[in-house]
Design a protein around this ligand. Structure first.
Ligand code: 8DG
Ligand code: MG
Ligand code: MG
Length: 140
């Protein structure tokens, strides 16, 4: 707990039109579907954080990783994150592993428009924003 905002990095890993989400366990947002990710460490780049968290949590080694957007995630009076969203793409054959079973129940590939509810606040803020992963206007 801190009275300053912290920095969280969420990683949008696309496999074609599907994005990787996992059901959180054990900490705030337990039961919510969230992107792989975690805290930015002191001195760490966004890209390095994205690669490290994804490797720790899923075993996936990412290729190119790039910045997409950011949201302001005010969870409560005591918990405030600035969330940096990074993005990467993986091959169709890629299979994530549940390497932190105390923190994530399972990983699933979900179509961008059909991520199961409930959704972890930062990802919900992204879904509610004008961000579109495939460019242009999202079909209704
Ligand atoms: P760490 O302490 O090992 O760095 O993190 P973790 O064990 O992987 O914890 P986490 O809860 O997955 O991530 C730490 C915080 O990062 C989380 O409590 C809130 C913040 N965060 C965001 N956006 C996102 C997101 O999209 N996904 C994840 N997993 N965390 C996020 O602000
Ligand atoms: Mg982590
Ligand atoms: Mg995490």
């Amino acid at each position: 707990m801190s009275n300053h905002p912290r920095v969280g990095v969420g990683v949008l890993i696309f496999r074609g039109a599907q994005v990787l989400v996992g059901k959180r366990l054990g900490s705030h947002g337990s039961g919510d579907f969230a992107l792989p990710g975690g805290h930015l460490e002191f001195g760490e780049s966004f890209e390095a954080c994205a690669r490290r968290e994804v490797l720790e949590e899923t075993g996936l080694h990412l290729g190119a990783v790039w910045f997409e957007t950011a949201v302001n995630s005010v969870f409560s009076a005591e918990s405030h994150y600035v969330t940096i969203f990074m993005r990467s793409e993986v091959a169709q054959a890629s299979q994530p592993q549940v390497l932190e079973p105390d923190k994530c129940e399972d990983w699933i590939w979900a179509p961008w428009g059909s991520i199961p509810q409930p959704v972890f606040l930062p990802l919900q803020l992204l879904l509610d924003s004008s961000y579109s992963p495939f460019g242009g206007t999202q079909p209704a």
